[in-house]
Design a protein around this ligand. Sequence first.
Ligand SMILES: [Zn+2]
Length: 141
Amino acid sequence: MHKHNILCIGLIIGFIIGIMLFLLFFIYPFNGSNARYSIATKTIIIDADYTMEFGLDYYKHSALHELGHYYWNEVLNKSEKGHYKKLFETVEDSSLVTSYAGTNVEECFAEYFWFVLETNDFPSESELITETRILVNKYII
Ligand SMILES: [Zn+2]
């Protein structure tokens, strides 16, 4: 009887942990945003409803932005990231390609990654655009 209770408690705890892991990897990824890069699973997830609502340009922006996170986490080395962070810290928020790029250095890189791959036309060259282009060309092209 006593052993049976312990088994029951074990199953309940296991079930709760299972649900928490499910929420962490499959539900949490959206967490109020339309797309996300999961470092744990190295997966890009894009919400189809947002794509239907906002169109293909929005989807392309999201996909390239998330690919930028993959690139930051899996491709760039420590010194490249350190150099990029120093550049990010010296730039005024108002001169960034999008306001979201001002969130932190990783969002900044993801936004510039999108920007550099989206257009070859750079109306105003900045150090961040140049540096992002160098990093993209170094490993992709
Ligand atoms: Zn992002």
